[in-house]
Ligand binder design. Structure first.
Ligand code: FAD
Length: 394
């Protein structure tokens, strides 16, 4: 790779790594930066190789192997963060370990930084023992917390249910699942059934929660978390108390627009609380590039305006995967390929038959996913009323 990379992909998750690999196969050189130590992102997190029970992740392995095999064309800088993309496509990247910075001016940038799941700003969200929903699995895996610590999860949508099912599978003590959404309607379920594999995955998570001892509260949200208001038996384990404190979780019921209502459900005692309000695109690296955003009527955060080719309003800046629209793994893989074709076109390499065929297939996949994703949004996308929760004392 020359000194001046012409194509930079930010994020080596499923979308970014796919894009980089597709570009390398049409003989284009790519600089791939990712703040993590390993490629794979959230979709294919590298399992602990010392753990003999870790489930094999074949797609993630294939992706990482592909990047190694294409090392002549793909310079993968692990542990590097894109800190700012300024006007004129001036991209500043930073080596996290040393703090050393470089500014590049590539012709094409694919933003594939995934999604973020910010902790909602409810009272008590900053207490020790309270985490973002999307982080809770890695927090638990990395810590030596007592497996008996009682966990309460709050949020909505697939991430909530998947996380609940994972924790139940790990035999964690899941005390309650607080879902802002109501149960999906039959019409929504019938639409989701157009993707039978994905629906079955979701039903599996539902069955796991139903079959567990966790209390399930639908149409409800965590309104406040209090420290130290401990019920009988909650501090039986001194280690948990010292480390995390015991928490009391107050829950509000929500109306159709997810506006908190006066009626409350009984408080719940917990040692760990994980709460989310839905994933949204991670645009932190975007800086002052001047890309046009489209608003969001709920609490899904702003999104980049993109054309069919995934180009934003800034020529040469593309967004793929959750960074463009939070839509899950399959969509991220498809968009990685579509973004690669668009960038290949910019460099006069779009006539490659394999790439064109892969992009056509990716478009078909996205098209097939559209009704399913719309039904998921319809069911579980945060609604405006929820934003009142931090401000409003219910
Ligand atoms: C706990 C959890 C469980 C999930 N389970 C499922 C599931 O079962 N099915 C499903 O379809 N989807 C699931 N998802 C969603 C799925 O993981 C994502 O949709 C998918 O990973 C999106 O791929 P991506 O490449 O767009 O982003 P990501 O996989 O998020 O990758 C983004 C990459 O960008 C890097 N990055 C971000 N900012 C910067 C920066 N400034 N500089 C450098 N690098 C940066 C990150 O380190 C990361 O490696 C889950 C998500 C989470 C959090």
């Amino acid at each position: 790779m020359g000194d001046r990379p012409e194509i930079v992909v930010i994020g080596a998750g499923p979308a970014g790594a796919t894009a980089a690999l597709r570009l390398a196969r049409v003989y284009l050189n790519v600089l791939l930066v990712d703040e993590r130590a390993h490629a794979g992102g959230r979709g294919f997190p590298k399992p602990d190789e010392d753990d003999p029970f870790a489930a094999p992740d074949y797609r993630g392995q294939a992706l990482r192997r592909g990047l190694r095999e294409q090392a002549a064309r793909i310079e993968h800088r692990a542990g590097w963060r894109a800190v700012d993309l300024a006007a004129g496509m001036a991209l500043t990247i930073e080596d996290i370990a040393s703090g050393r910075r470089e500014t590049l001016v590539p012709r094409a940038v694919i933003l594939a930084t995934g999604g973020v799941d910010p902790k909602p700003d409810v009272p008590g969200a900053d207490l020790p023992g309270v985490f973002a929903l999307g982080d809770i699995e890695s927090v638990l895996a990395a810590s030596l917390e007592q497996p008996r610590a009682r966990i309460v999860l709050g949020g909505s949508g697939p991430l909530l249910w998947r996380t609940a099912a994972e924790l139940i599978g790990q035999r964690r003590s899941l005390a309650a699942v607080i879902d802002a959404a109501s149960a999906p309607s039959w019409r929504q379920v019938m639409t989701m059934a157009r993707q039978p594999g994905l629906l079955e995955q979701g039903l599996g998570w539902t069955r796991a929660v139903w079959g567990s001892r966790a209390a399930l509260h639908r149409s409800s949200a965590i309104a406040q978390i209090r420290d130290g208001a401990i019920r009988d038996g909650a501090i039986r384990d001194g280690a948990i108390r010292d480390k995390l404190g015991a928490l009391t979780v107050e829950i509000a019921t929500l109306d159709e627009q997810w506006t908190p209502q006066a009626a409350r459900r009984p408080d719940i005692a917990a040692d760990i609380v994980a709460l989310g309000r839905g994933m949204r695109p991670n645009l932190a690296a975007l800086g002052s590039a001047g890309a046009v955003m489209v608003g969001d009527d709920g609490d899904g955060g702003p999104r980049l305006r993109r054309g069919d080719d995934l180009q934003t309003s800034v020529p040469g800046l593309y967004a793929a995967g959750d960074a463009g629209r939070v839509a899950g793994l399959d969509a991220a893989l498809a968009e990685g390929t579509i973004a690669a074709l668009s960038v290949a076109r910019l460099f006069g390499r779009a006539d490659d038959a394999d790439l064109a065929a892969a992009a056509a297939e990716a478009r078909q996949r996205l098209k097939a996913l559209t009704p399913f994703l719309a039904a998921i949004d319809d069911w579980s996308k945060p609604r405006p009323g929820l934003m009142a929760l931090a401000a409003k004392r219910v």
